[in-house]
Design a protein around this ligand. Structure first.
Ligand SMILES: Nc1nc2c(ncn2[C@@H]2O[C@H](COP(=O)(O)OP(=O)(O)OP(=O)(O)O)[C@@H](O)[C@H]2O)c(=O)[nH]1
Ligand SMILES: [Mg+2]
Length: 408
């Protein structure tokens, strides 16, 4: 782990567009996230560029003038990498590389790179490499790879033992091989899961960096890696957790993100099986993040993609300790009140009326605020599932307040 911390930050520029669907405020939020992703991958963002346009230029994504502006900046400021917030088509990537003569990455590329950097187990590495190969295949000619192959750095990290080859046939063979490998692992994982018996299965899901692993550690006395970077967790951890006297399985898995590359969703199929097979989802949200509602929507979209959207869900709004809202001075009659002005109480009543009082919790995983309420709610939901499944076990698990804490 240590050597990964000693990174010479690569000088990068990030690029986005303002469209009818995406105004300047939205773009700023997206670029903030892209900057965080870049930082996670080992880059330093020196400047942001954006252009207003109805739709991207099919050849170079941006217009010619803007491209030239970036080109001059890249040359004058010794920039090694330019990162676009949107996915570039293979030909756009090729054309832009030709103009800028430096590494050109898009968001998908960057996320894949972070996954590659963070994959620890051979299973995660196999899945990431498959996603990378699938991304690479249509882009083999004209990639910046030929420019920077020896230097390494962002976008160049491969999780496998060998460097990704730039030959189409080799990549195709590799894809076939990786798919076979994953099939074998899938089978093993399936067997592992079926060996876990009849315990109720609860899965923590949510956007990246919201505190899923922190919560897992807090409930489960476990020791999952926590870090204030994106995608700290790539593999799924499953722990047996006991609340009072009620045992169940709790899993912590990879975080989601807006525009999660489809290649990744596909290759992480079995990592996500834990979610797919869960009886109950705890959808963790970072309420202190200004875009948390967008995050919820992205997570719901991915749950839909993996066909897990109709499971029982408890919304767990985390990080209430750092939640801050905007305020309007009393004599300020101009500023309009928006959701950014909501107090925690207002969010509570909003969400409780949307998903039901039972299904919205407001906690802090780090300082265990409202933790008893969280435990109670999870206990009751798990108990409900358990006794539906095993009606004769009903007497074992009384109401939370009457249940006795099991000492261990
Ligand atoms: N202030 C505050 N910070 C928190 C809270 N819970 C988690 N964090 C911090 O948020 C950061 C991310 O926490 P993780 O538990 O790694 O988040 P995660 O959802 O597992 O993230 P990924 O695995 O990257 O998807 C860490 O710096 C935590 O210390 C909380 O209740 N309050
Ligand atoms: Mg995590």
């Amino acid at each position: 782990m240590l050597e990964k911390e000693i990174i010479n930050f690569e000088r990068t520029v990030i690029v986005g567009i303002v469209t009818q669907k995406q105004d300047e405020d939205k773009l700023k939020e997206y670029l903030d996230e892209l900057e965080f992703l870049t930082f996670t991958a080992g880059g330093e963002v020196v400047k942001r560029f954006f252009q207003k346009m109805d739709k991207p230029n099919p050849k170079t994504f941006l217009g010619t003038g803007k491209m030239e502006e970036i080109n001059i900046y890249v040359k004058e400021h010794n920039i090694s990498t330019v990162i676009f917030d949107d996915e570039l088509s293979p030909s756009q990537q090729k054309n832009i590389t030709r103009i800028l003569e430096c590494k050109v990455l898009d968001r998908t590329n960057l996320i894949l790179d972070i996954f590659a950097q963070r994959a620890e187990t051979s299973y995660a590495r196999t899945q990431v490499e498959l996603a990378q190969c699938q991304y690479l295949l249509p882009r083999l000619s004209g990639m910046w790879t030929h420019l920077e192959r020896q230097k390494g750095g962002i976008g160049m990290r491969g999780p496998g033992e060998t460097e990704i080859e730039t030959d189409r046939r080799i990549v195709r063979d590799r894809i076939a091989l990786l798919k076979e490998k994953i099939k074998v692992i899938d089978k093993q994982m399936g067997v592992q899961r079926s060996n876990r018996g009849a315990m109720v299965r609860v899965a923590l899901v949510g956007y990246t960096n919201v505190g899923k692993s922190t919560l897992m550690n807090a409930v489960g006395k476990s020791d999952v890696f926590v870090e204030n970077k994106l995608f700290a967790t790539l593999d799924t951890t499953v722990r047996k957790v006991v609340i009072k006297n009620l045992p169940f399985l709790l899993s912590d898995t990879v975080g989601f993100i807006r525009k999660l590359p489809t290649q990744l969703v596909e290759s992480f199929k079995s990592t996500l099986d834990e979610v797919r097979e869960a009886d109950l989802l705890l959808h963790v949200v970072d309420i202190s993040h200004p875009d948390f509602e967008d995050h919820i929507a992205s997570v719901n979209q991915i749950l839909m993609d993996i066909k897990s959207h109709d499971k029982p869900v408890i919304m767990v709004f985390n990080k209430i300790d750092t939640y801050k809202h905007l305020t309007i001075e009393e004599d300020d009659l101009i500023t309009e009140r928006t959701k950014r002005h909501y107090t925690l109480e207002e969010w509570k009543s909003t969400w409780m009326s949307t998903v039901g009082e039972e299904n919205a919790l407001f906690i802090s995983a780090t300082n265990k605020q409202n933790f008893e309420e969280f435990r109670k709610r999870v206990y009751e939901a798990v108990r409900q599932i358990h006794i539906t499944r095993f009606p004769y076990n009903k007497f074992l698990y009384p109401d939370f307040d009457e249940a006795i804490e099991k000492e261990d």
